[in-house]
Ligand binder design. Structure first.
Ligand SMILES: [Zn+2]
Length: 206
């Protein structure tokens, strides 16, 4: 029978081996058309067809609004929420973050399990295609309108109706998830109104 300290040591070793195994897993890359997807967790492979289907739909719908995605876009899926936070500096509760033509996402199978994957792909596709110089609040509001995320926003007031656009942009940088949630909803409410009144092409053209 093993002593308690021996058991503990074994448990620790098993943990170290497990995490070493995870980090040693070679990332896999799958490219279809202009999108290349790099993932490290093997479970993500089952989500690839959803990713490419959502991407192709987004490319088509963006084109109908006068926008085009870059010729080559790289989607890099994190292995875990901590990995995502380390790669992007974003809060671990954020689904994805786009810098130029690189999209950083949470583990694809985690997004899939929460029903967020197609919305996330469409949202980030919009960011790769959005006109330069778009105000942050408008970019986020339009991305959530385009993705369909706006449809699940509750009709209740956001509490930020009186906040100026520039302050709303600043609030979208908040690290507090509760503040961030209200700011996203308010940005989306304003963007949807603009699209409803003026149409996509006019709003995107400034
Ligand atoms: Zn966004």
């Amino acid at each position: 029978m093993k002593g308690a300290s021996e058991v503990r040591r074994w448990a620790l070793l098993a943990l170290l081996l497990a995490s070493a195994g995870q980090s040693a897993a070679a990332p896999a890359e799958v490219r279809r058309g202009g999108l290349s997807v790099v993932y490290t967790d093997a479970r993500d492979r089952a989500e690839l067809s959803t990713v490419f289907l959502a991407w192709n739909g987004a490319v088509r719908d963006l084109r109908a609004r006068g926008l085009s995605v870059p010729a080559a876009v790289s989607l890099r899926a994190a292995g875990s929420a901590a990995d995502f936070a380390a790669r992007t500096g974003e809060p671990a509760g954020i689904a994805a973050s786009t810098r130029g033509n690189v999209i950083y996402t949470q583990r694809l199978s985690a997004l899939g399990a929460h029903g967020l994957l197609p919305f996330t792909i469409r949202h980030e596709a919009f960011h790769t295609a959005q006109p330069a110089g778009l105000a942050r609040w408008l970019a986020e509001g339009l991305a959530r309108t385009f993705s369909g995320e706006a449809l699940s926003d509750p009709p209740a007031p956001t509490g930020l109706e009186g906040v100026p656009d520039a302050s709303l942009s600043a609030r979208l940088l908040a690290r507090d998830p509760v503040l961030l949630n209200a700011a996203y909803r308010e940005a989306t409410r304003r963007a949807r109104l603009l699209v409803h009144r003026r149409g996509w092409r006019s709003v995107l053209g400034g």
